[in-house]
Write a protein that binds this ligand. Sequence first.
Ligand SMILES: Nc1ncnc2c1ncn2[C@@H]1O[C@H](COP(=O)(O)OP(=O)(O)OP(=O)(O)O)[C@@H](O)[C@H]1O
Ligand SMILES: [Mg+2]
Length: 503
Amino acid sequence: MSFLQRRLSEQAKREAEERASFEAALSGFDEPEPAQPAPAAPPPAPAAPARVKEEAPAPAANGHETVAKLRTSPRVAQLRKQLRPKLLSTPDEADEWKRGDREKEQLIVTRLNTVLQKAGMQLSQAEYEELKEALLNDLLGFGAIEPLVQSKAISEIMVTGADMIFAEQKGKLRENEIVFDDEEHIQWTAQRIVRPLQRTLDRANPMVDARLPDGSRVHIVMPPSALKGTTITIRKFPSKPLTVDDLIRFGSFTREVAQFLEACIVSRLNIVVAGGTGSGKTTLLNVLSSYIPEEERILTIEDAAELQLTQRHVVSLETAPPIPGGNGVDGRLTIRDLVKGSLRMRPDRVVVGECRGGEALDMLQAMNTGHDGSLTTVHANSPRDAVARLETLCLMAGMDLPVLVIRQQIAAAINMFVQQARLKDGSRKIVQVTEVQGMEGSNITLQDVFVYRTPGQTGQGYSHAGGGALEPTGFRPNFEEKLREHGFKLGANVFGGGSKFNK
Ligand SMILES: Nc1ncnc2c1ncn2[C@@H]1O[C@H](COP(=O)(O)OP(=O)(O)OP(=O)(O)O)[C@@H](O)[C@H]1O
Ligand SMILES: [Mg+2]
């Protein structure tokens, strides 16, 4: 046996003994409530490293940034895994507990100390501290990603696999140094997230889309559908929603465009915000809705309530998932059900979070039958694309309407598209404001009122690069008269005289 083999087999033996003595200590741990006085942390063993920062891997061939991962040491990771289920008296004991609740944290720490003492486990101070934090995060928090969840600077977290976690900060999505120990660790966290929400995540319900108590949105998909392991996506709920002034300050649009949008909302135009995933549609919808006059009755309909309107007379409706184990009773309410039902609630305005299916047709009908001033969003990359998307969604309503009829409905119902985009530099901006002018033959005619341009840009449409400006095209919309009727006389400072970049 070579020296190395001998060392490896000794190490394996030591680890096996440690695990066995530890299991023995845990088996007597049926009644974990602390005997007073609480046992103190065990004395530290000689220094042994806890978290290990790996060496940064070489940059990827395709130029992608690579990240040095911050890993839990194998010993702490092993203890963390063994102890996770054992420090709770029932699996759901800590469901309502939170990180930061000193009393509960102390309870867990006391149980941990008891077990470590019973097992005669020698840990270095660094290992002990890391194990304690790790277990508190697993039992009371979001596991490995707890620091990201707590950080105010991070707006979105994506767990793509144990070794691949991305976080968005200031509009930039970057791979993070944090990792989960393994797939089981992610699944533990996923279960900890869904259980208090009365939702089930298992082979029969492998995908969960839900809202956390603080309003954040969480989406989880399990294997086998998620090929690299359980994926978790968390869109954090801003503690303070972004306001018109914030968006102007960020350069998402100009003050003149804000004036124009306010005029359009007050004048009861039907507006559709279009944009890609995570482009800022909901944020913009919230900002646009803030222009709705205080005295109007507003009905909001969403999949997971995200809108935060400040007006008083707001009825907020949210879809309901099927009742888990409902024994044939479904209990489900879809966006479509809610949109249909909303018209009997005498709303002055209907704001639908997103049209993703047949509800688009109900929404158009509502807009065409006196419920003007309605707002919604669709997933599309340009206003022209949004028209096509709406046509498809209306076909999904299953009413067998000819496309031409649907098109006529769209042309009659919608006054304007506002296109939102996330640009290459990570910023989110309005990139196109487009009037729906009507029909020409069998086609819908669109006219841009504002377009985002960059210096030296050639070609049509909006620019995807940063460093440009949302400029008036010089065209005044046909609905300008309607704005005037409502007291908005917008001048050349708003509608301008065409692009300075792209004449
Ligand atoms: N104009 C903006 N400037 C900076 N950040 C923004 C802007 N608009 C939105 N954000 C941020 O971008 C993230 C995504 O925004 P939002 O939820 O509005 O996008 P979305 O298009 O509705 O996404 P989804 O397609 O998932 O519904 C949020 O964290 C939000 O705070
Ligand atoms: Mg959204």
